[in-house]
Design a protein around this ligand. Structure first.
Ligand code: XLS
Ligand code: NI
Ligand code: NI
Length: 439
């Protein structure tokens, strides 16, 4: 049965097309830098936004028109229908991956046992649909923030029973992710943070968080789950201060607790900007630390201080993000997961297609431009030149740790004139990028 009659199969029609239900820039099979566009970008649908979000905000009710949700009042039956809708949608869009929280795909029961049973029922349907379509699971995760039991956090809760409950929930979420052949498993610290230090033992909470992650690593070994673990940084919201603040904070946490080899980063654009960074900064840091895992593709509103999770439409940002991803060698286990939701006023079924088309085309433009910049060495040549002083002479000695303060003092005392500084040429570089974007 077809649920999404409003949405046809979405094809690439090129930049001249006026068809709103077509890709203008995303041509999945086209080869760029030796790889198909679809394999560079690895688009993934976020189950929670596309199937579950109903448009509720703190001031008003849900607005989304989702006729399939009206077919039954039974939550488990509804969950099964949503799976079919999800796969029909991904098939029509040509999206080959998806990501979910346990509570997105199946309703939470009265007890953990009941919740797990619900999961098993729905996972059966998902498994069948994955076989039928060839669509793959990018990553799974557990929702450790919505239920009121997590009011003070999950693995960082002051209540040890809540730590235990969270562990049991993640255990099951890992099992279903494993069963579905998930390429990854994400930890986003829902409420792992604090509102006020006055009632918080930050050291114990962070130690416990690390203990929790080590337990996950151990359990993965036990069940043979080989997927990549990710941590998703976010500086604030829902708590005032989230422990996984940004890439730098997470990297130092992973190093401190001996978790570096087990976790990579899942970096989200809107979280980067909330942390006061650009997305390309966050990706660069991950790449430079051999920790680029996956990306939650979206964009925030720079005038708002919260996580608006909008579909990415800013070409400049996707260009710089794709540039960093290409520079880092591209995705292995990860991909571009649309942790993005349609605006509350974009409530029709068609809007789901328009939004994903906008996001995918915006990243496709980003990829095309970034690939050209990379091929032409437009930026790399500038960098090479800028840091050339470290390629020989005293610079090379510094890099090779052949000199210390004494030798450097001697070098400077003997040198009559310092090499002159060069201009940073920022505006020139920015206009070169514009030229590449407009063509
Ligand atoms: C929320 C996070 C969340 C994670 C998955 O801000 O982005 O959606 O991606 O738990
Ligand atoms: Ni996210
Ligand atoms: Ni987010």
């Amino acid at each position: 049965m077809e649920y999404l009659k409003e949405i046809p199969k979405i094809n690439y029609e090129g930049s001249k097309s006026k068809n709103p239900l077509a890709y203008k820039y995303y041509n999945p099979e086209e080869v760029i830098l030796g790889k198909k566009m679809k394999d560079h970008l690895k688009f993934s649908m976020a189950y929670w936004h596309t199937l579950v979000a109903d448009g509720t905000d703190p001031f008003g009710d849900g607005t989304m028109e989702r006729p399939w949700d009206e077919e039954t009042t039974d939550p488990l039956e509804r969950a099964k229908i949503r799976v079919r809708v999800a796969f029909e949608f991904m098939e029509k869009m040509g999206i080959e991956y998806f990501a979910f929280h346990d509570r997105d795909i199946a309703p939470e029961g009265e007890t953990l046992e009941e919740s797990n049973k619900n999961l098993d029922v729905v996972v059966d349907v998902i498994e069948k649909e994955m076989k039928r379509t060839g669509i793959k699971l990018l990553w799974g995760t557990a929702n450790l923030f919505a239920n009121k039991r997590f009011v003070n956090g999950a693995s960082t809760s002051p209540n040890a029973d809540i730590f235990a409950f969270a562990a049991a929930q993640v255990k099951k979420a890992m099992e279903i992710t494993h069963r579905l052949g998930g390429a990854g498993y994400t930890f986003w610290g829902g409420r792992e943070g604090y509102e006020t230090l006055l009632n918080t033992d930050m050291k114990l909470e962070q130690d416990n968080f690390a203990r929790f992650l080590h337990m996950a690593v151990d359990y993965a070994k036990e069940i043979g789950f080989k997927g990549q673990f990710y941590i998703e940084p976010k500086p604030k919201e829902p708590t005032k201060h989230q422990y996984d603040f940004d890439s730098a904070t997470v990297l130092s946490f992973l190093r401190k607790y001996d978790l570096m080899g087990h976790f990579k980063l899942n970096i989200e654009t809107n979280h980067a900007t909330l942390a006061g960074h650009t997305m390309n900064h966050e990706v660069r840091l991950a790449v430079d630390n051999d920790s680029l895992g996956s990306v939650d593709a979206n964009q925030g509103d720079l005038l708002l201080g919260w996580d608006t999770d909008q579909f990415p439409t800013n070409v400049y940002d996707t260009t710089l993000t794709m540039y960093e991803i290409i520079r880092g060698g591209g995705f292995t286990t990860g991909g571009l997961n649309f942790d993005s939701k349609v605006r509350r006023a974009s409530f029709t079924v068609e809007d789901l297609a328009y939004a994903h088309i906008a996001g995918m085309d915006t990243y496709a433009i980003g990829l095309r431009v970034a690939a050209k910049l990379w091929e032409d060495k437009a930026i790399e040549d500038i960098l090479d030149k800028r840091y050339a002083s470290y390629k020989d002479g005293i610079g090379l000695d510094i890099v090779n740790k052949k000199v210390g303060f004494k030798e450097l003092e001697e070098y400077i005392l003997n040198k009559k004139e310092l090499d002159s500084n060069d201009s940073g040429r920022q505006e020139l570089i920015e206009s070169i990028i514009n030229q590449y974007i407009i063509g």
